[in-house]
Write a protein that binds this ligand. Structure first.
Ligand SMILES: O=C(O)CCC(=O)C(=O)O
Ligand SMILES: [Fe+2]
Length: 209
């Protein structure tokens, strides 16, 4: 089912005001603070733990390859206990796309990814672009990742982007979303203490190329 984004004027003046600084300084990626509160992040993490426990034994949620080591749980955009998360992400994507990127987007064709990078396995995700070589990931246009963890709870684990010729670390404040074109190179550095959690959503549309 294709999901249509709520294009048009923002619901309130607030999201636009929040994006004023990033509009003023064009760059390849933008940070949107306060998409989720600390309490929201706690709720999402609790949900993650419940879903991960339910899925244990059914789906092995460990993604391990040469470029990546993380634990993943998928969230439905429409399920009763996750729709509020999807609604908040949709609003953030619509605002940031309208104000900053201006991409042709049609909707969300993949579930929301809840990711966990654990220091016990030096969880990481090496440099990559989110646009896949086949299937639905081919039409990813805008990537958005939310910092769910308190930065005091882990070391390492920085989200870095290279959109201007050199790596830049994104802000790690809890509840901040980082939006970037899905073709942009980014990585998550190895976590050396604690756990870093993130929420990742991709928005799709006609392919760039
Ligand atoms: O954990 C993050 O913040 C980013 C994850 C990521 O790049 C991905 O899942 O494609
Ligand atoms: Fe990525």
């Amino acid at each position: 089912m294709e999901r249509v984004l709520p294009w048009g004027p923002p619901a309130a003046a607030d999201p636009v005001d929040r994006l004023a600084p990033v509009r003023a300084e064009p760059r390849g990626w933008v940070a949107v603070p306060g998409v989720f509160s600390a309490e929201d992040c706690d709720r999402i993490v609790a949900l993650r733990d419940r879903l991960a426990a339910e899925a244990a034994g059914l789906v092995n949620g460990v993604s391990t390859s040469a470029v990546r080591r993380s634990h993943i749980v998928w969230l439905d955009h429409d399920a009763p206990d996750t729709a509020w998360i999807a609604a908040r992400l949709t609003r953030a994507v619509a605002d940031v796309n309208r104000e900053v990127f201006g991409f042709a987007l049609t909707g969300f064709d993949e579930e929301i990814q809840l990711t966990e990078y654990r220091s016990e396995v030096a969880g990481f995700y090496d440099w990559h672009s989110d646009i896949g070589g086949r299937g639905i990931p081919q039409s990813r246009k805008l990537s958005l990742t939310v910092q769910l963890s308190d930065p005091a709870d882990y070391d390492g684990g920085a989200l870095e982007l290279n959109t201007r010729g050199e790596p830049e670390a994104a802000p790690s404040d809890r509840g901040t979303a980082i939006a970037f074109p899905s073709y942009a190179l980014h990585r998550v550095a190895p976590v050396t203490r604690g756990i870093r959690r993130s929420l990742v959503v991709w928005t799709h549309g006609p392919r760039f190329v």
